[in-house]
Design a protein around this ligand. Structure first.
Ligand SMILES: N[C@@H](CCC(=O)N[C@@H](CS)C(=O)NCC(=O)O)C(=O)O
Length: 234
């Protein structure tokens, strides 16, 4: 961690949204200070900088207003460092398609993954698996369209959509190990399955994706924050 950086990231290791920002910072070779947030006991810094949602990530850049929302942060980093590893496509129509896909992914995929991780009901869990499989098919189609036969959503190297989905790669692996459920499968998602392998062998992805242990701790923290213990006396 570098002190006195003009860029600071407030995050919680394990959050896929924070991982996204780490990808973008690394790809753009931006030095930053990382400040770990305790989501069960939120700091004044987080409450002040994201007073409505109180969520990570939050990016501080010099004396500018803090920036929240991972997708907005990625675009901001792309705008201030357009010369190093551009993330969004240069064509406005392709840029718009990427943004729509990213917002759709966050609107649908994230709530399903989160609920799947905590639900105790077998029936709901099976329903969520079906939804996630449907989502993976949608992504498979999007990959074919955006990558244009190349290795990544972004073409020859990691781009915006690779980061958007790539933030979840550690979680996808976690689901396979812990729940024996593969969101992306070779038979069902041949292109995406290859993409997953390419991402895992990319040094930037490997350096920012949290460990299995971190995911386990994050999941336990999420469960305890959703179902806090009841007080002993009324
Ligand atoms: N749409 C936001 C989602 C961020 C988000 O949900 N962050 C979670 C961690 S994964 C959080 O801070 N949760 C704390 C809370 O909701 O109290 C983004 O893209 O940055």
């Amino acid at each position: 961690m570098t002190q006195n950086c003009e860029m600071k990231l407030v995050g919680s290791t394990g959050s896929p949204f924070v991982t996204r920002v780490k990808y973008a910072l690394k790809l753009k070779s931006i030095e930053y200070e990382y400040i770990e947030e305790d989501l069960c006991n939120k700091s004044e810094l987080l409450l002040k900088s994201n007073p409505i949602y109180k969520r990570v990530p939050v990016l501080f850049h010099a004396n500018e207003h803090p920036i929240t929302e991972s997708l907005v942060i990625i675009e901001y980093l792309d705008e201030i460092r357009p010369d190093i590893h551009p993330l969004l496509p240069s064509n406005p129509s392709e840029r718009a398609q990427c943004r729509v896909l990213a917002y759709t992914f966050d609107d649908l995929f994230y709530p399903w993954t989160k609920e799947f991780m905590v639900t105790q009901e077998k029936e709901r869990s099976e329903e969520l698996k079906k939804l996630l499989i449907g989502g993976s098919l949608m992504l498979e189609e999007a990959f074919a369209k955006l990558s244009k036969g190349k290795a990544f959503f972004g073409g020859d190297d990691i781009g915006y959509m690779d980061i958007v989905v790539g933030g979840f790669l550690g979680w996808i692996k976690f689901y396979g190990i812990v729940f024996n459920f593969n969101v992306i499968e070779e038979d069902r998602n041949p292109r995406l399955a290859e993409w997953v392998k390419r991402m895992w062998s990319h040094e930037v992805a490997r350096s920012v994706i949290p460990s299995h242990e971190t995911h386990t701790k994050f999941r336990n923290m999420l469960i305890s924050s959703m179902f806090p213990p009841l007080p002993v006396s009324p």
